[in-house]
Design a protein around this ligand. Sequence first.
Ligand code: ATP
Ligand SMILES: Nc1ccn([C@H]2C[C@H](O)[C@@H](COP(=O)(O)O)O2)c(=O)n1
Length: 231
Amino acid sequence: METSAARTAQAVIVAIDGPSGTGKSSTSKAVAAQLGLSYLDTGAQYRAITWWMVNNGIDISDPTAIAAVAAKPEIVSGTDPSAPTITVDGTDVSGPIRTQEVTSKVSAVSAVPEVRARITELQRSVAAAAERGIVVEGRDIGTTVLPDADLKIFLTASPEARAARRSGELRGADLHTTREALLKRDAADSSRKTSPLAKADDAVEVDTSDLTLQQVIECVVTLVEEKRAAK
Ligand SMILES: Nc1ncnc2c1ncn2[C@@H]1O[C@H](COP(=O)(O)OP(=O)(O)OP(=O)(O)O)[C@@H](O)[C@H]1O
Ligand SMILES: Nc1ccn([C@H]2C[C@H](O)[C@@H](COP(=O)(O)O)O2)c(=O)n1
């Protein structure tokens, strides 16, 4: 895929996919910051459109109703890895998109093909505009959004490790409940018809269960540097 005429020779496109809580956001932000690349959190975009649907009283159980308004909200992502931003129609929604209500509804909204088409187009335009390259994290980046990415990483971790990380983040939320919620969202994201969560055939799989975040970052930075050197 042709991306940007203005792209520098050292520019790399990195796709980082994987289930919830595997460390995609933490790793992607750090790698992008360390290597001077842009950063795009595509989950935040799906959360933003879900927030808009909830705020506008759209029935989340009705895919036809969601599809009918999927083009309405204007979603803008800021790609500085040290201060990523997300707005909907000019409103900063970085806080509201992390509520439990949005988290519980985002899989249903993101399964609607019209929503995916709209957000995928947005993601490709953001990647095309990143002159020095970009780290894009999500669920279908290596398979659908940027199939020609220079490097594809698929992060995994055991449900136990992911639940422990998330419950630490949520100040001691019950481990079992957190684990079940993660697995439920993974199942929904993996089983939808349109671009499900999946590892691309040419992705490098990194199991982060027994690695520190710093070790994962170092591993991905090394892989990106190898790709750059081979360009
Ligand atoms: N290797 C690791 N070891 C320990 N904790 C980690 C590791 N990687 C990430 N974490 C922590 O786990 C939590 C979840 O990480 P992060 O948000 O990056 O995951 P994610 O894959 O982007 O999740 P989601 O898809 O749900 O947004 C964070 O609190 C993060 O600091
Ligand atoms: N490329 C993507 C990114 C995200 N989603 C959906 C599915 C996730 O459950 C949800 C929230 O993502 P998170 O913030 O947890 O990374 O968004 C998707 O379908 N495709």
